[in-house]
Structures are given as structure tokens and as C-alpha cells.
Design a binder for this molecule. Structure first.
Ligand code: CAA
Length: 387
């Protein structure tokens, strides 16, 4: 086993770290406060190849591997979780989904502008009444005699919804067939019948725009069906397997930032005449933080490695590895940011330091792209073979 990164992986890690520390970290608190979408930074990240890392160069991406994507995501998330949320949905839920399931013509048209960062992509599965139980969706796409579809319904919690140019949408075409009645569509948000609804007022990742979207007699031609009709649920699940590696990476980056801030504070802050890091109760927290962080880091890289193996012909799925990584990393991020606030005391609770933002941002990693409960369900079903 070789734990060393390649030169290309180290190069993209370095590019991401440099941009994250110079351009994102200094403005992260302001964007968190205003809730404004960081459009200029996202465009620049596109120019650096960070918005389509695994997308081949011929479709406008950086043509790199899944390990590179994890390393870059960690660096961006360590500076700001909201930026990394936008990056992850664009890279994985949108670009990788289309790369895997779209036709050559669809890839040329719909991947290039998004992978290059000129425009933003989104993914729409969740609805107001269906999150974990994704097949309970009510959004309907009714096939017409000419082969086109008319879509009506609402989707909610759509990351980048207010700014997206294209959206990978899942709608029910044959409700009686449940999971086998879902079809994936490519939505152009400039077309008639597409509307953005209320923006979600969120606890964390406040600079990532999240809204409801609504379709009112939105027409889509057969050329904008992604994959086969009735295969949409499997497409969504396959795309989410990859997405969960992105969220695991985000959680690792966030946890690392909280851990590093804690180490600095534990060395510098004095109490009872000593650095607080010399007290055993603080040392125990630091040791536990380090163990959880390292476990999350390496399980996330293992998931990326498993994804590469599957995509390079090994066959099967990497659902378990992705779920193990997301569950471990998101719970580590929640615990580590919680402990980081505690070690910092009043300063951890103050907006003068980023710890309270890390703590608020960490919570979403246990919820989106499949809650911790869904990750446990996926792992246990795959391990036992039972349902
Ligand atoms: N890859 C490919 N196919 C898969 C799959 C996978 N990982 N997982 C399941 N499938 C297939 C199954 O093989 C099955 O196929 P057949 O009909 O041929 O047998 C079909 O999909 C249905 O599978 P299940 O019976 O297991 O489906 P289920 O209804 O029991 O649901 C679930 C399983 C794991 C609970 C799933 O619904 C799930 O993951 N729910 C969570 C959804 C989620 O993560 N939502 C987040 C949305 S994105 C977001 O957060 C917003 C954002 O913008 C970031």
C-alpha cells in the first residue's frame, strides 16, 4: 500500500490551499454574516479547475482523479464550508452525474460551462414532504404524444438553486412503479415554467444559496432526458454515493480547521499560570480530536480510492465506503467543532473567532446528501444483505 500522493494530487492540493487561505479565509466571516453568494470567488475557483476536478479536459474540467477532488475539497472547506458546499454540488452531484449518465451531446452542451465554472449546476431530488424517503416525491413529468414531458411540482433545499443555470432534476414519470418510475431530466433555468421560491434561512453554510424551486408546465424534450426513462432513482443514488465522498471531505476540512485552531489556543492561552494545553482534561480532548480527525481523513480517502477502482472497471458499487466515510467524518466534524468551542470558552462562543461558525456549519454535514440515520441504514443493509 502506498500512502504517498502523486505530483498532480499535491499540485491541486496546493492550488486549493493557496486560494482558500488567501482569498476565502479572510472573507468567510463577512459572507457568513451577509449570506451573500460568493460569485466572484466561485468564478475564480472555476478558472483554477476546482469546479470540475474529475471532469475530463475535453468537457472543460481539470481531468484529475477522485483523490485530487478530496484533497482540494478539504482545503476549501478548511477556509469556508459554504464555498465548499457550492464546489461539491457543482463537481459531484451535477458534473459527475452527467458524466456518468448523459449522452455525448448532452455532455458537450451541459457539462462544459459548469465544469469550467462559467455557470453553476444544481441537483434536485428533495421535496418539502420527502427527504430521506426520496421515492415519495410528488413532482410529476407527464409524457406527451410527441415524446416531450410536462413537469409540475416543487423541489426544496436546492443548493445553488437561486444561481444555477442548469439543474439535474428527478421527477416521477410512472408513479405506480415507485423507485422504477423516476426519470432524470436536464433543466435549463432560463426556460419558461421554472421558478425560484423561498430562500432557506439556514443555521450555517449561510453564503451557499439554498432555495425551493417550482415547475409550472415546464416543457422538456426527449433530448433532455438523462439516462433511460425509469432509471432516475438509480441515477440519483449512484450520484449521491459520489456526493457523500464530497461531504465527507468537507467535514474533514472543517474539522481540521477547528482542530488546528484548538491546538494554537491550547498552547497560547494561560490559566492557573500554565498553558491550558498542559492540563490533562484539555489533552484528552486534543487526543480524541486527533483520532477522530485522522479516522475521518483516511476513511474519506479510502472511499475515493474505492470509487476510482469501481470506475476503472472493478465493477460493483462504493456505496458502503462512501456511507462509512460520510457518517464518520460528519460526526467527527460535529464533535470536534463542539469540543473546539468548549476549549476556546467565551472566545469559542464569540463571533470574533471562527469557532462558532465552524460549529454551526458542521451540523449540515450530518443532514444533507443523506442523514446519519440513512448512512447507517445503507451500511447495515449492505453488510447484512437484509432490508
Ligand atoms: N446505486 C445505484 N442504485 C441503487 C443504489 C445505489 N447506491 N441504492 C439503491 N439503488 C437501487 C436499488 O438497487 C433498487 O433497484 P431495483 O428496483 O432494481 O431493485 C432501487 O434503487 C431502489 O432501492 P431501495 O429499495 O433500496 O430504495 P429505498 O426506497 O429503500 O431507499 C434509501 C433507499 C437508502 C433510503 C434512499 O432513498 C436514500 O439514500 N435516501 C436519502 C436521500 C438523500 O440522500 N437525499 C439527499 C438529497 S441531496 C441534498 O441533500 C441537497 C443538496 O443540494 C446538497
Amino acid at each position: 500500500m502506498d500512502f504517498r500522493y502523486t505530483d498532480d494530487q499535491l499540485a491541486i492540493q496546493s492550488v486549493a490551499r493557496d486560494f482558500a487561505q488567501k482569498r476565502i479565509a479572510p472573507v468567510a466571516a463577512e459572507f457568513d454574516k451577509s449570506g451573500e453568494f460568493p460569485l466572484e470567488n466561485i468564478r475564480e475557483m472555476g478558472g483554477l479547475g476546482l469546479m470540475g476536478i474529475e471532469v475530463p479536459v475535453e468537457y472543460g474540467g481539470a481531468g484529475m482523479d477522485s483523490i485530487s477532488y478530496v484533497l482540494a475539497m478539504i482545503e476549501i472547506a478548511a477556509a469556508d464550508c459554504a464555498h465548499s458546499t457550492i464546489m461539491s454540488v457543482n463537481n459531484t452531484l451535477y458534473c459527475n452525474g452527467l458524466l456518468k449518465f448523459a449522452t455525448e451531446e448532452q455532455k458537450q452542451k451541459y457539462v462544459r460551462p459548469i465544469a469550467s465554472g462559467q455557470a453553476i449546476g444544481a441537483f434536485a431530488l428533495t421535496e418539502p414532504q420527502s427527504g430521506s424517503d426520496a421515492t415519495a416525491m410528488r413532482c410529476r413529468a407527464v409524457k406527451q404524444v410527441d415524446g416531450s414531458f410536462v413537469i409540475n411540482g416543487k423541489k426544496s433545499w436546492i443548493t445553488s438553486g437561486p444561481v444555477a443555470k442548469y439543474i439535474l432534476l428527478f421527477a416521477m414519470t410512472e408513479p405506480d412503479k415507485h423507485a422504477r418510475g423516476v426519470t432524470a431530466f436536464l433543466i435549463d433555468t432560463a426556460r419558461a415554467g421554472f421558478h425560484c421560491g423561498k430562500t432557506e434561512p439556514k443555521l450555517g453554510i449561510r453564503a451557499s444559496a439554498t432555495c425551493e424551486i417550482e415547475f409550472q408546465d415546464y416543457r422538456v424534450g426527449p433530448e433532455d432526458v438523462i439516462g433511460e426513462e425509469g432509471h432516475g432513482f438509480k441515477i440519483a443514488m449512484g450520484v449521491l454515493d459520489a456526493g457523500r465522498i464530497g461531504i465527507a471531505s468537507q467535514a474533514v476540512g472543517l474539522a481540521r480547521a477547528a482542530y488546528e485552531a484548538t491546538l494554537t489556543y491550547a498552547r497560547d492561552r494561560k490559566a492557573f499560570g500554565q498553558a491550558i494545553g498542559s492540563f490533562q482534561m484539555i489533552q484528552a480532548k486534543i487526543a480524541d480530536m486527533k483520532c477522530k480527525l485522522d479516522a475521518a481523513h483516511w476513511l474519506t480517502l479510502r472511499a475515493a480510492f474505492a470509487k476510482q477502482q469501481v470506475e476503472h472497471g472493478a465493477g460493483g458499487r462504493f456505496s458502503t465506503e462512501a456511507a462509512v466515510a460520510k457518517l464518520t467524518a460528519s460526526e467527527a466534524a460535529m464533535w470536534i467543532t463542539h469540543q473546539a468551542v468548549q476549549v476556546h470558552g467565551g472566545m469559542g462562543y464569540s463571533k470574533e473567532m471562527p469557532l462558532e461558525r465552524y460549529f454551526r456549519d458542521a451540523k449540515i454535514t450530518e443532514i444533507y446528501e443523506g442523514t446519519s440515520e440513512i448512512q447507517r441504514l445503507v451500511i447495515a443493509r449492505n453488510e447484512t444483505g437484509l432490508r
